[in-house]
Design a protein around this ligand. Sequence first.
Ligand code: AMP
Ligand code: MG
Length: 477
Amino acid sequence: MTALPTTLPFDNSYARLPARFFVPQDPQPVPAPQLLALNSDLARSLGLDPDWLAGPEGVQMLAGNHWPEGAEPIAQAYAGHQFGGFNPQLGDGRAVLLGEVLTDAGRFDIQLKGSGPTAFSRRGDGRAWMGPVVREYLVSEAMAALGVPTTRALAAVATGAVVPRDGFARPGAVLCRVAASHIRVGTFQYFAARQDREALEVLTAHTIARHYPQATGPLDLLRLVAEAQARLIARWMALGFIHGVMNTDNMAVSGETIDYGPCAFMDAYHPETVFSFIDQRGRYAWANQPQIGAWNLAQLATALLPLIGEDEAAIEEATAALATYAELFQAEWLRLFAAKIGISAPRPEDRALIEALLSRMAVERADFTRTFRGLATGQARREFADPQAFDSWAPGWQARLLDEADPQAVMAAANPVRIPRNHQVEAVIQAAVEGDMAPFHRLHAALQAPFEDRADWADLSDAPRPEERVARTFCGT
Ligand code: AMP
Ligand code: MG
C-alpha cells in the first residue's frame, strides 16, 4: 500500500493505548470506488480539502484503497449487551479507525465503515451495502442539523463490488464516519469482563482526558456520562426518534448518537412504535428508550465498580450517580416537550398537559412531527382522525399560553418542519441503488434546514400515504 502525501492532521491517541485495546487492521481494497456523497462543510471543519477528497486520491482514501501518512488503521475491541444478553467480544467487525485528527473544535475519529473483514468479524463479511450507508449519512446529518449530538458522515463511496444480503446481490458502499470517539459502554464492559483492572484504569483516564476533563475520577465520569445520555435521549424523544438497537455497544460515552442501523422517526404517534425487524419484543420501542438508557448506564456502573470500590458506600455512590440520570431526563423531557407546545418556562403541572396531548395523539394516530409543527399554525387538529380529540384539549392549552410572552416563536424553534421520514429515506436508497443520487441530494438539502418552511420542499413534510408506509427497518449487516 502506498502512502499518499497529504496534509491530514492525524494525531492518534487510541493507537497509543495498550495493544489489547485493538487489532491493527488495514482496510481491504475495493475494485471501483465512486463518490456518492461528500460533506464539504464537515471536511473543511476538519481541516480537509473537500476538492482533494472528491478527487481521485481522496476517493481512494475514503474507499479504503489507500490512506494518508499518519493514519494507523485499527479495529477497536469492545463487548456489549445485545438485547439484554451479554457478548464478551464484539469489536469493530466491519469498520476500521483510520486515526484521529485534531481541529479547533477538538479531536475526532475518522472511521471507515464497511471496509472489509477484521479479527472481530467472526461470521460477517465486514462490508456494508449502499442502503445502510445512505441511511446513516442522511439521518446522522439530519440529526446534526436538528442540533442533536451525533456522529457525522464525511462521505459515502460506492465500492463497485456487490455484497450478498438477504438473497440479493447488493451494491457495496463505505461510509466515512467522524465521531468525538468510538468509545462505548461496551468498551468498558470488554475489560471488566476480563477482570483487566489495569486496562479499565487506562480507558477511564483516556475517556476523562478526551471527553470529561472536569471529571475527578471514575464515579464522576459515570455521573457525567449519565447526564450526557439523559440530555441525548430526551432529544430523541422530543423528535420522535427511535434508535432501534440501543445495545450497550451502541451507546457512546461521549453522548453522541451512534450506529444508525434500524433507526427511524415516527410518523403516526404511538409510544410502542418499533421499526427494527430484529426487535421482535419491542425492547427498544420509542417509549422504552429512557429506561433502556438507565439500564445501559447501570451496565457501565457495573463495569466501573472495580475502580469506584465494591463496598456498600461505593455502590451507594454509583447508585446516586445513576439517579441523576432519571432526574435530569425528567427535567429535560419537560423542558423540550413544553417548548414544543409553546411554553418556555415549564411548571410541574405542564407535564399533565403534554401527556394529555400525547395520549390523544396515540389514540387518533396523529402524525408526531406534523401535529407539533401544526400547533403554531392552527393545522394540528387536522392530524387527528377525530378532531374533537384535539378540540377538547386545546382550550386548557390556550389558557396556559396566556402566561407566555411569545409561544409562536418558542414552538417554531422547537418543532421541525422536516425529519427524515422512513418512506422518503427508502425511496432515496432505491434511487441510489439505481444510480440516481438526485433524490438523495434533494432530501439531504431539505434536511439541512429542518425548521425552514419552503414551498418547493412541501412534499417532504407529508406523512406517508397508507401504501407508502414503511413498517420495518433492517440493520446494516
Ligand atoms: P451492530 O448490531 O450493527 O452494532 O453490530 C454488532 C456487531 O456485529 C459488531 O461487532 C459489528 O462490528 C458486527 N458486525 C455487524 N455487521 C457486520 C458485518 N457485515 N461483518 C462483520 N461484522 C459485522
Ligand atoms: Mg454497533
